[in-house]
Design a protein around this ligand. Structure first.
Ligand SMILES: [Zn+2]
Ligand SMILES: [Zn+2]
Length: 385
């Protein structure tokens, strides 16, 4: 393990590939077990599957989704509530059964996502393509390791470091227990199918929740609110709410925004298992509101950046055409200098002027977002994410 914070290369202006993705390769060797788990449930066609196996599938999905959303995400990534050290260990242990690596790996990369949402340094932005944001980044060689520097607060607990290191053990134990107690149907449908569904529902928050849905808050990223994703992920589909106030343990802000993990956390707080659940402050719920259908920078950020990139390239072509037109009918090397004009100066190039305007607008938006984020984190006591 390294102790230095990863520093992806600087953004590449004018390219559509981001720095977070640039040079990343798919680690097909590590992908084999991942693909095998996807294929394995098909074997259920050849064994007897009981109603109990389907109930087990639903139960393992629901319980492990809670550990991921309330544990890995709202607690380890965002510290949106508190718990005792033994309960913290159990929450992390439960999270490992979801086969999504360890709590330190998960939380560290998620904090990076919030720090650089939909910029060139975002770990999994859909502006790098649906496949990349959904699963490509996980299978890439670039983000395999846990970076303890990103989760110093939790990396200081030796038991969490051990869990993170041996996160693959509990999925195996659960799988073995399923086959030992319930037979092949319990393994293939109860455990493996629920694991695949759990994976893709979780991944959907990184991919689709930045593409489909409505926006309530003018965040600088492309996050959206989606009831469908919220129902599948115990409330994580209120992703625009979450990007607006990441330190809130509650993600469905309106009464009708169903947030199962929040209800469960309320119950656990009433039972004194967890405490100090952070709620969204009323004044911030009215801050940076977007009227439905209204323009806001985050929603169009990816399109603007692409437009800037296209404008820069188009600018070069326009310049080349003008230069050709200007030299038409003249000797190519009219002044005998040996130089052939190929483009007009940048200042007169409409493509580059447009690209410059877009880039400056995005930079201003970034400055505004940074200032807003700072104010908000002071108000909410965020751990710098
Ligand atoms: Zn996000
Ligand atoms: Zn988050």
């Amino acid at each position: 393990m390294t102790t230095t914070e990863p520093s992806p290369p600087e953004p590449h202006p004018g390219t559509s590939r981001s720095a977070a993705r640039d040079g990343a390769r798919t680690d097909w060797f590590s992908a084999i077990p991942f693909l095998a788990v996807h294929a394995a449930p098909l074997a259920a066609l050849f064994v007897t599957v009981s109603l109990g196996d389907w109930i087990l599938c639903g139960a393992l999905y629901a319980v492990r989704m809670f550990f991921i959303t309330a544990g890995y995400h709202r607690y380890f990534s965002h510290r949106s509530y508190r718990m005792s050290r033994p309960v913290q260990f159990l929450m992390a242990l439960g999270g490992t059964t979801a086969a999504q690596k360890g709590p330190l790996w998960w939380a560290g990369h998620h904090r990076l996502h919030h720090r650089f949402s939909d910029t060139d340094r975002d770990v999994h932005s859909p502006r790098d393509g649906f496949w990349w944001s959904h699963v490509g980044w996980i299978l890439s060689t670039r983000y395999k390791r846990t970076e303890p520097e990103l989760v110093r607060d939790f990396a200081s607990y030796p038991e969490l470091r051990i869990l993170d290191r041996f996160a693959w053990v509990t999925p195996w134990l659960v799988g073995i227990a399923c086959v030992a107690v319930g037979g092949w149907g319990a393994l293939l449908v109860g455990f493996l199918l629920s694991t695949v569904l759990l994976w893709h529902a979780t991944f959907m928050v990184n991919s689709l929740a930045h593409v489909f849905g409505r926006r309530r808050f003018a965040t600088t990223d492309t996050s959206r609110n989606s009831l469908l994703i919220a129902l599948l992920t115990h409330g994580e589909g209120w992703h625009n709410n979450h990007h607006h106030l990441p330190a809130s343990a509650r993600q469905g802000f309106a009464w009708w925004e169903i947030d199962l993990s929040w209800y469960t956390l309320r119950l656990l707080a009433a039972l004194h298992v967890v405490r100090d659940l952070k709620r969204p402050p009323a004044r911030l719920l009215q801050h940076a509101r977007v009227r439905d259908g209204a323009f806001d920078i985050g929603m169009f950020r990816a399109h603007w950046e692409r437009a800037a990139s296209v404008a820069t390239r188009a600018g070069g072509r326009i310049g080349a055409v003008r230069a050709l037109a200007a030299t038409a009918g003249e000797p190519v090397d009219a002044d005998g200098s040996g130089e052939v004009p190929t483009a007009l100066p940048d200042a007169t190039d409409p493509g580059r002027t447009l690209a410059g305007l877009i880039t400056r607008a995005l930079e201003s938006a970034d400055e505004l977002a940074t200032a807003t984020r700072r104010l908000r984190s002071e108000g909410m006591g965020l751990p710098g994410t």
